[in-house]
Structures are given as structure tokens and as C-alpha cells.
Write a protein that binds this ligand. Sequence first.
Ligand SMILES: NC(=O)c1ccc[n+]([C@@H]2O[C@H](COP(=O)([O-])OP(=O)(O)OC[C@H]3O[C@@H](n4cnc5c(N)ncnc54)[C@H](O)[C@@H]3O)[C@@H](O)[C@H]2O)c1
Ligand SMILES: [Fe+2]
Length: 391
Amino acid sequence: MTTQSLSYYIWPGQVHFGFGAVELVGREAKALAAGHVFVIADPGVVAAGLTEPVTASLKAAGLGYDLYDRVVPNPDTESVDAAVIAFKESKADCVVAIGGGSGLDTAKGVRLAAGGGGKIAEYALMLGKKTRPPGRQMVPMIAVPTTAGTGAEVTPWAVITELSRKLKMGVGGAFLVPTIAVIDPELMLTLPPFLTAATGMDALTHCIEAYVSTNDNPALDPMILHGIELIGRSLRVAVAQKKNREARREMALAAMIGGIGISSKWLGACHSLAHQLSSFADVQHGVANAIMLPHQMAYSMVGALERYARVGEALGAPAAGSVRQRAERAVEAVRELNVDVGLPTRLRDVGVTEEMIKGMAYNAYKIDLNWWTNPRTVSEAVMEQLYREAF
Ligand SMILES: NC(=O)c1ccc[n+]([C@@H]2O[C@H](COP(=O)([O-])OP(=O)(O)OC[C@H]3O[C@@H](n4cnc5c(N)ncnc54)[C@H](O)[C@@H]3O)[C@@H](O)[C@H]2O)c1
Ligand SMILES: [Fe+2]
């Protein structure tokens, strides 16, 4: 047997999905033998009233909790280390995270560094560097997403920024998949149109990068294509009608599918490019992907024409013509979707300057690992070229 014939799958933990699921948080925490719960959220999520159903459910189950609301967007090592200290002081034995990827990733960081000791930076998965092993005893985690984007509720990693080197680094592994995901689209009805669009394009990027990835996980392919189809028909509606329950439900499902997809199939060059936009210029993660995705797809297409052709069709493009024409329609469909949901399409419009490009290209190629499974090989020069095209 050659290693090429081996597939490796990371499946999510338990998942509750659907309207009203949030009411189960208390019961599930209790089933995990929680005595005292550390609830993690960001200030925006607290202000939107989204922690209330969670804390109400904990109270109903007779559980005490502390609410930690100092999560920052694109969480950095300092903010995670601070949350670890607060977690230890609370003496909690279970983490419940509610929010977008930033809140969920902060909670994963807390779980990891509180369980294994040391600072979160010591767990960074970087090229050739030894990382601190996870602790034997990590507290259980319940993840409650409020954006339909990152899929962090089912993925094995957290993405944490190291400020000194302007790097977004991954921490984690199969052991860090949240113990339970509680996905309730009701909590997404408050998400404003811009963030709905941005986080939805993150989910689409996950599905597309996973679908064309060089990792071979055939059991996931039909599900990932379905995720792309869901986004193709529901993202515009969720942006246009904030309270449309069916569109929100389909987007929540697509985000979960994207998370399951990337857990095994990983990502591609689009995320390597996007991460630098956030660490250099504070661009929202989904916006960063939305801008780079059509450029990365047009470049990568020749490495997986048939797969890109099927992506186009899942997004509603006609199936006629040569495989190359069908694949090109996938790129066009993504460009159109970006415009329809009102997202910026050029780097110069989101605070990126031309002077940043060389440094970002270096980091995207030399340090960020995500391009490893891109269907077409990249180089530092290619990264620079793709940034210049998007500029
Ligand atoms: N762990 C993973 O597998 C994974 C995958 C992709 C991305 N990420 C990371 O996730 C982070 C981005 O997460 P995100 O895009 O979900 O954004 P986010 O968590 O940063 O949230 C963005 C904003 O939306 C607000 N918000 C969230 N839900 C809301 C709701 N329902 N109503 C009103 N406001 C709401 C928040 O308060 C915040 O201000 C990045 O750091 C990215 O690198 C992680
Ligand atoms: Fe992402």
C-alpha cells in the first residue's frame, strides 16, 4: 500500500443542529459533568443579546457560570493568554463559547493552553518547529456559532494571530475538535448584511478549497458540493432578508459542511493569501477570502478543471461547453456573488497598501501552511502576482 492511497478523516464531535438547539446547552454541559462553566463571547455578541439564551439554559440546568467577554476580532496570542488566566481564576471545568470564529477560536486556545500549560504561542503549528503537546486533561467544550462562516464549531484548529510577526498561526489537531457543537440558526438572525456576506463567503471559500484540495477524502465530496449549492442559493437571500429563516438555516448548514470539509481536506492558497490581509491590514477574514478567491481560482483552475467545472454548476452555472469553459464559469459565478452581496473586490479599498505586498507574499508562501493542498503549486512570486491582480 502506498501512502497516497490512504485517506485520513477528522469527523466532528456531537452536533445538535436546528432552530431551538441553544436550549440544549445547559443539559449537555451537565451531561459532560460540568460543575461550573466558563462562557466566552465577544462584546458584540453580548450586546446582540446572544449570550442570554445560553446563560438561561445553564441556569435552568442548575449550573453556575462566569461570562468572559473580552474576546477580540482575529484573536491574538495576548488576548488568548489573558483569557486563560481568567479561566483558571474561575475554576471552571467546562468551556462554552458563543460567537463567530473569533470567540470559538479564543475558547479553543483556552482549552489547549489551560490543559497543557504555557502560553498559546508554544502550540503553533509552524514549519519545522516543535510544538508543546496538548495536555492529557482538556476541559470539554461546547461551541455555539453565531455566524455562518468559519465552521470553527466542528474544526480541529484555532487561528490565532502572533502580533510581533504579523502572523496568523494554526494551533490544534484532532484532539481540539469541540466536544459538542450546538448550531442554532436563530442566533444568526441578528447578523447584519455585511457580516452575513463576509462570513458566508468564508464558508464558500472553505467548501471550494476543500473540494479541489489534493487531499483525497472521497466520502466528503458529495457533501461539500451540496454545501456549495446551499450557499449559491441562500447567501444572497440571507443578505437581502436578514430574518429569512430558511436562508439562515441553509447557510448554517453550509458553514458546518465547510468546517467538516476543511477538517480533513484542508484549505488552499486562498487562505494563505487571506490570512496576511488580516494580520497586516486588519481585513475581516471573510472579506479577505472573498477578494482573493476569484484570483486564486483562476490561477489554480488548470490543476483541477473537472472539479472546478462541478463547482460552477453547484453555483448555478450551465453545464454546457468544454470542461475549461465550465471551470471558468465557476470563477465568474464567484465574482458575481461577491458583487451581489455587496462586498469590496479590490485590496486598495480595504486598507491594503502596495508597500505591504512583498511582506505579505513572503508570509503567505514561506510561513502559512495552507497552500500545501492547493491544486496548483504556488511560489512566493505567484503569491505576489495574485496580490497585485487583486490590488
Ligand atoms: N477555527 C477555524 O477552523 C477557523 C476557520 C476559518 C476562520 N477562522 C477564524 O475566525 C475568525 C473570524 O470569525 P468570523 O468571521 O465568524 O467573525 P468574528 O467572530 O470576528 O465576528 C465578527 C463580528 O460579528 C459580530 N457578530 C457575530 N455574530 C453575530 C450575530 N449573530 N449578530 C450580530 N453580530 C454578530 C461579532 O460581535 C464581531 O463583531 C478569524 O480570526 C479567522 O481566522 C477560524
Ligand atoms: Fe476561513
